[in-house]
Write a protein that binds this ligand. Structure first.
Ligand code: NAD
Length: 263
C-alpha cells in the first residue's frame, strides 16, 4: 500500500533507539524526510546515518532534550529551517521512572510531568501553527497501555499519560477544521532497552531470573510474545498516511492482546 507520504516531512522526538528509531526508519522507508532528536549526540548521529544509508532519504539529527522548552523551540526551528515544513509530528519521549506511590516526592512528579506531558504540549505548540497554515497535519503521541489498564510499579506513567490522552482528544477536536489529525498509540510490551530495564527490575524484586520474568510476562499476552518496535511503527506509519484521513482522537494499543478490557 502506498501511504502517500513521500512528499512529507516528519519530526520524530526521542528517536536514537527503540520505538522512536523504528518509527523514523519506517517513515523514511515511505520516502518522508525525517528529523530526529535525542540527548545523546553519538547514538543519535549513528542512528541518523543508519536510516539515511538504509533508505537513501535525508535525515536531520538534532541533539535536544524534550524536557527543555528552549531546546524544543530550537528543535522545531531548525527542522523548519532545513525542511520548511513539519507534516508529521511524533511526540515520543523516554519513559518516566519506575516505582510506586511512596517512591516519589513532588520533585519527581514534577520532572515526570515535564518529560511525559509538557514535552507533548510544547512540541505541539511549536509545530501546529505551520500545519494550520498548510491545512494538513498528523500528530501521533506515543503513550502506553497504562492509559487503558494501570501497570504495577509504574504509577507515574499510570497517572500522567492519561493527561496526554485528554490533551490529544481535545486537540483532535480543535484541529479537525485544519485537516490535522491527532491520535495516540499505546505500546504494550515492545522489546526495547526500556522494556528490558523494566524486566530486570522486576526480576530483582521477585528474586528470579530475567528469563523467568520474560516467561511470566509473555504468558499474559494472548499472542504469546513481546512485540517488536517495527510492529508498532507500522501503525504509526498508517496513522501518518493519507489513508488515515478519517481517524482522529483515537487511542490504539499495539500489545498482542495484553489489555484485557474492551475499551
Ligand atoms: P528506549 O529507552 O528504548 O528509547 C527511548 C528514546 O528516547 C532514546 O532514543 C532516548 O535517547 C530518548 N530520550 C529519552 N529521554 C529523552 C529526553 N528527555 N529528550 C530527548 N530524548 C530522550 O524506550 P522505548 O521502549 O523506545 O520507549 C519509548 C516510549 O514508549 C517511552 O515513553 C516508553 O515509556 C514508552 N513505552 C514503551 C513500552 C515498551 O514496551 N517498550 C511500553 C509502554 C510505553
Amino acid at each position: 500500500m502506498d501511504l502517500g507520504i513521500s512528499n512529507r516531512v516528519a519530526l520524530v522526538a526521542a528517536a536514537s533507539r527503540g520505538i522512536g528509531k523504528a518509527i523514523a526508519l519506517r517513515l523514511a522507508r515511505e520516502g518522508a524526510r525525517v528529523a530526529i532528536c535525542a540527548r545523546d549526540h553519538e547514538e543519535l548521529h549513528k542512528t541518523a546515518q543508519e536510516i539515511q544509508n538504509t533508505t537513501k532519504t535525508e535525515v536531520l539529527a538534532l541533539v535536544a532534550d524534550v524536557t527543555r522548552p528552549d531546546q524544543i523551540k530550537s528543535l522545531i526551528a531548525q527542522t523548519l529551517a532545513r525542511f520548511h515544513q513539519i507534516d508529521i509530528l511524533v511526540t515520543n519521549a523516554g519513559g518516566p521512572s519506575i516505582g510506586k506511590f511512596f517512591d516519589f516526592d513532588d520533585a519527581a512528579w514534577e520532572s515526570a510531568f515535564q518529560l511525559t506531558f509538557l514535552s507533548v504540549v510544547r512540541l505541539c505548540r511549536e509545530a501546529i501553527p505551520q500545519m494550520q497554515q498548510r491545512r494538513w497535519g498528523r500528530i501521533i503521541n506515543i503513550a502506553s497501555t497504562t492509559v487503558k489498564q494501570p501497570i504495577e510499579n509504574l504509577i507515574l506513567s499510570n497517572a500522567l499519560r492519561l493527561a496526554v490522552v485528554g490533551l490529544a482528544k481535545s486537540l483532535a477536536n480543535e484541529l479537525a477544521p485544519y485537516g490535522i489529525t491527532v491520535n495516540t498509540v499505546c505500546p504494550g510490551m515492545i522489546r526495547t532497552q526500556r522494556l528490558e530495564q523494566l524486566l530486570h527490575v522486576s526480576a530483582q524484586m521477585q528474586q528470579i531470573s530475567f528469563d523467568e520474568v520474560l516467561k511470566q510476562r509473555t504468558a499474559q499476552i494472548p499472542l504469546g510474545r513481546l512485540g517488536t518496535p517495527e510492529e508498532l511503527a507500522d501503525l504509526v506509519a498508517f496513522l501518518a498516511s493519507e489513508n488515515a484521513r478519517y481517524l482522529t482522537g483515537t487511542v490504539i494499543q499495539v500489545d498482542g492482546g495484553l489489555v484485557k478490557g474492551i475499551f
